[in-house]
Design a protein around this ligand. Sequence first.
Ligand SMILES: NC(=O)c1ccc[n+]([C@@H]2O[C@H](COP(=O)([O-])OP(=O)(O)OC[C@H]3O[C@@H](n4cnc5c(N)ncnc54)[C@H](OP(=O)(O)O)[C@@H]3O)[C@@H](O)[C@H]2O)c1
Length: 268
Amino acid sequence: MAVDLLIIGGGRMGTALLEGIISSGHLSAEQIGVVEPDAERRAMLRLAHDGLLLVDTPEIEHVGETTSALIAVKPEVAEVATRLVGGLGVARILSIVAGISAARLEAVLPGPIPVIRAMPNTPALIGDGATAISGGSHVTKGDLDWAESLLSSVGVVVRLPEKHLDAVTGLSGSGPAYLFMVAEAMIEAGVTAGLSRETARLLVNQTFLGAGRMLAESGQSAEELRAQVTSPGGTTAAALRSLEARSVRSAFIEAVLTAAERSRSLGR
Ligand SMILES: NC(=O)c1ccc[n+]([C@@H]2O[C@H](COP(=O)([O-])OP(=O)(O)OC[C@H]3O[C@@H](n4cnc5c(N)ncnc54)[C@H](OP(=O)(O)O)[C@@H]3O)[C@@H](O)[C@H]2O)c1
């Protein structure tokens, strides 16, 4: 039986997207198929989602005129998976694979099948992702509307020209890791200042959550929010001066540019 969406790869990202798509009501389990070689993972998905099509190889009978494919496999097998679903006649392909251009995927397809590229990040696993999408040569506005609506089920989506996806990889793709590292350092600092690790962790985790929500919901810029907690000659001003003296701002800029360059070179 043909499905509306064939997800190739039931790993972390494939499963997160599957769950977001179903829980947002975008599609029901009966409208989705997951291609996953691991039998144990297929069994887990079968238990969690009644009616979901689960197979280890996609067949022609799973693909109808309007079936789209979502490629969520590791980069090494992305071209093989794309060629396979392209050969079955899917209507369009959405790839979340890091570092593989739309042109490279188009090159393995039998015809002008639209290819949309997306760069999500790990908070998509809890429905709070930040994803950028861009279209390949044969993509219409309708294809981008479809991809945006699908990926909105796991967070915020922006549309950008493909040349910016390396910058997105360095900024929001790797971004959660930078913040996790800052959190680790702050917890360590709390312990050094005499707090128990458990207390330091609780306070830092909640500080990240609260500050993140203020950034997203207050309508104020990061600069405004920082200024509000920085009274002249106060404790925060002293701490920020210490961070500036160690070039923390410029270290972040360098980190994002280095990650973007690494993404560019991996994609070559
Ligand atoms: N995680 C992130 O934050 C993130 C962010 C942006 C983009 N991405 C991209 O998302 C993609 C998936 O990442 P992930 O973290 O979800 O990886 P993952 O957990 O390893 O998932 C990949 C899945 O694809 C399956 N697979 C491998 N070969 C296949 C094939 N030929 N046909 C069908 N399924 C196949 C794997 O099964 P086996 O384990 O049995 O091989 C696995 O279940 C990657 O390309 C990555 O670049 C990830």
